[in-house]
Design a protein around this ligand. Structure first.
Ligand code: NAI
Length: 265
C-alpha cells in the first residue's frame, strides 16, 4: 500500500489501547511497517489481521526495554524513522495531600522518563543509521495548566512539553525533529470510567462541555495530529507541542452563554 509513510519503520508505545492503537493503525494504513509495543499482554492478541503491524511486550519506562524495542524495530524493518512515545498512566485523581513520593516515582517513570528514554535511544539509532526521523511524545493539556489530572500527571506532562523543546535543541544539526501532541479529553481506556459513569447517569451529553466544540475527542483525531507531526508535511515543525483539545485550553474559566449568540463578546 502506498501512502505518506510507505517504506517507513515506526515504533508506537502504549499501542494496545486508545490513542496508541489508533496511531499504529493510521501509520499501517498509510504504508508503514509498525512495531506496536505495550506493557499489557493484550498487545499479543492485537493487530492479528494487520500484516503491517508486529507486536512486542515492553515497559516504556524501563531503559533496558526501550533499548530492546528500538533494536527490534531496527532488526524487523531495517531501520527506524518515527518513534511515538505515547504510553502513559494517569495515576488517578488523588490530590496533593494524598499522593505519595512513591506515586510520583511510579508516574514520572512512565510518563516523563519514558519519553526521555525513547528520545535518547531513538535518536541514537537514527544518528547511527544516518537516517534522521521524527519523534512524537504524547503530552496532554494537563501539562499546560492545572485541572486535567492529578499533580504528578500534570507535572509529568508539563515536563514532556519542555522535554521536546530541550531535545530539539540538543539534537541541533541532526535533522531529527522532536514534537509533542497535547490531547484534551479523549475516549480511551484511560478515561473509560468517566465515560461509563456519564452514560450510566444519562449524562453523556455533558462530556466535553468545557470546550467550544462541546464534545469529547476520538483517538483517531489525536492519531491524525501525530501522523501530521510524523510526516514530511511537518518538515519545519520542531520542538512544538500541538494542542488537540477542541479549544479547551484557549480560555480561562468563564460563564459561557447558554445559547450561541446570546452574548456579545
Ligand atoms: P489507554 O489507557 O487507552 O492507553 C494507554 C496504553 O499504554 C495502555 O494500553 C497501557 O497498557 C499502556 N501502558 C501503560 N504503561 C505502560 C508502560 N510502562 N509501557 C508500555 N505501555 C504502557 O490511554 P490513552 O488515553 O490512549 O493514553 C495514551 C496517551 O495519551 C497517554 O500518554 C496519556 O497520558 C495521553 N493522554 C490521554 C488523554 C485522554 O483523554 N485519553 C488526554 C491527554 C493525554
Amino acid at each position: 500500500m502506498s501512502g505518506r509513510f510507505t517504506g517507513k519503520s515506526i515504533l508506537v508505545t502504549g499501542a494496545g489501547s486508545g490513542i496508541g492503537l489508533a496511531t499504529a493503525e493510521l501509520f499501517a494504513r498509510e504504508g508503514a511497517s509498525v512495531l506496536a509495543v505495550d506493557l499489557d499482554e493484550k498487545i499479543e492478541g492485537a493487530f492479528r489481521e494487520n500484516p503491517s503491524i508486529t507486536v512486542m511486550r515492553g515497559d516504556a519506562g524501563s531503559e533496558a526495554d526501550v533499548t530492546a524495542m528500538i533494536a527490534a524495530a531496527v532488526d524487523r524493518h531495517g531501520g527506524l524513522d518515527v518513534i511515538c512515545a505515547n504510553a502513559g498512566i494517569s495515576g488517578g485523581m488523588k490530590g496533593l495531600f494524598d499522593q505519595t513520593a512513591e506515586d510520583w516515582e511510579t508516574l514520572l517513570r512512565v510518563d516523563l522518563i519514558g519519553p526521555f528514554l525513547a528520545i535518547k535511544h531513538g535518536a541514537k539509532a537514527m544518528l547511527a543509521a544516518e537516517r534522521p526521523g521524527a519523534i512524537i511524545c504524547t503530552a496532554s493539556v494537563a501539562g499546560l495548566r492545572a485541572g486535567a489530572g492529578g499533580p504528578a500527571y500534570s507535572a509529568a506532562k508539563a515536563g514532556v512539553i519542555n522535554l521536546v523543546q530541550t531535545a530539539a535543541q540538543q539534537l541541533t544539526g541532526s535533522g531529527i525533529r522532536v514534537n509533542a501532541v497535547c490531547p484534551g479529553l479523549i475516549e480511551t481506556g484511560m478515561t473509560q470510567a468517566l465515560y461509563d459513569l456519564a452514560r450510566a447517569k444519562n449524562r453523556e451529553n455533558m462530556i466535553g462541555q468545557l470546550n467550544p466544540l462541546q464534545r469529547g475527542g476520538d483517538p483517531v483525531e489525536i492519531a491524525n495530529a501525530i501522523g501530521f507531526l510524523a510526516s514530511d508535511e511537518a518538515s519545519y515543525v520542531n520542538g512544538h507541542a500541538l494542542v488537540v483539545d477542541g479549544g479547551l485550553s484557549t480560555s480561562h474559566p468563564f460563564a459561557k452563554p447558554r445559547v450561541l449568540g446570546e452574548t456579545t463578546f
